[in-house]
Design a protein around this ligand. Structure first.
Ligand code: SF4
Ligand code: SF4
Length: 317
């Protein structure tokens, strides 16, 4: 798969997941109805097949086995499968599915095009002097408005996981939303807007417990998939302006060792950037996915290398 195909596949997968995240409650795929305190899964009330009549006709064994088979075992299997994925491939969920990371990448692109940088504390880079000189006020208004719109969609999407979605949308269109849902929408939209404008990737790095947990399992595996830098050909970087690091949505030192890339999301933007830079180089990219090597650089707890003791006669030489 070429880098373009890879990024295109990733765009399709994460866009579909983003739509699923927003529309799952409205399509009754998954939601918790606060008004009836029921989980709805694929248009059915989640009851594990346990009704009042069934309970009266069953003994303790039947009930225990039903709960084990319908509830506990599926949870255990999901957790085990998840841990296996995190251990082998790291934060694949973040880079390929997570709706928050999709927003990180989208706003990064928008900010980069409009202001020449993706965070406030980086120096702006422009292709020409004219772009560098012009006022950025309008660009910032666009960035904040786009962020607010996405933040509102997020807030509405989250609220529809708790309240029946169709009546909620109808109330919204008719400006008849109740007080508490309205407070939720205002507060959540404000918080998400601040996050999207100022701290997108910082939330992914330090604020998301699920992301950090994936990283921890990944770091425990010294053979896990990892973006590796071909150090032997490092001279080829001399003519490049660190395009890989500019492309990294998490602002990581892409060419460094694994511990420095603890929060890597396996998005492969760095690989794609280097493939573009090195497209005329017959040896190709300097960055690629590879299995990690068992080294002190790729494991969470540094492996202590114990040097063999020098022989006494060597010392005497
Ligand atoms: S290091 Fe590469 S794969 Fe990891 S987050 Fe940055 S761009 Fe994505
Ligand atoms: S994009 Fe490739 S050539 Fe440029 S700095 Fe990164 S690894 Fe080096």
């Amino acid at each position: 798969m070429t880098d373009n195909q890879l990024q295109r596949s990733r765009l399709i997968v994460r866009s579909l997941f983003f739509l699923l995240f927003l529309l799952a409650p409205a399509l009754n795929i998954f939601r918790f109805d606060l008004t009836t305190t029921n989980f709805i899964v694929f248009n059915q009330v989640l009851s594990f097949g346990i009704s009042k009549e069934w309970l009266l006709a069953s003994d303790y064994w039947d009930t225990g086995l039903r709960i084990l088979g319908y509830f506990i075992l599926p949870i255990i299997l999901t957790v085990v499968a998840g841990i296996y994925v995190f251990y082998k491939w790291g934060r694949l969920y973040c880079g390929w599915l997570c709706p928050h990371f999709s927003v990180v990448e989208y706003i990064n692109g928008l900010m980069s095009r409009r202001t020449g940088r993706v965070t406030l504390w980086e120096n702006a880079k422009f292709d020409n002097e004219q772009d560098a000189q012009r006022s950025k006020v309008f660009d910032w208004i666009v960035i904040v408005l786009v962020s607010m719109t996405i933040a509102f969609l997020w807030a509405l999407g989250l609220l529809s996981y708790l309240l029946p979605p169709i009546p909620l949308y109808t109330d919204l269109i008719n400006f008849e939303v109740d007080l508490y849902p309205l407070i939720f929408l205002v507060v959540a939209t404000t918080v998400f807007t601040i996050d999207f404008v100022l701290a997108r990737h910082l939330f992914c790095k330090y604020g998301c417990a699920f992301g950090v947990m994936q990283s921890l399992f990944w770091m425990m595996n010294s053979k896990a998939m990892l973006v590796k830098f071909d150090r032997d050909r490092a001279k080829a970087c001399q003519s490049c302006d660190k395009d890989c690091e500019t492309a990294c949505p998490m602002r990581l030192p892409v060419r460094s060792f694994k511990r420095a890339k603890f929060t890597c999301t396996q998005c492969a933007q760095c690989i794609s950037a280097c493939q573009e830079v090195q497209k005329d180089n017959p040896e190709g990219t300097l960055l690629d996915w590879s299995k990690g090597e068992k080294s002190r650089h790729s494991s969470l707890i540094p492996v202590k290398t114990i040097e063999p003791k020098k022989r006494h006669n060597n010392k005497m030489k």
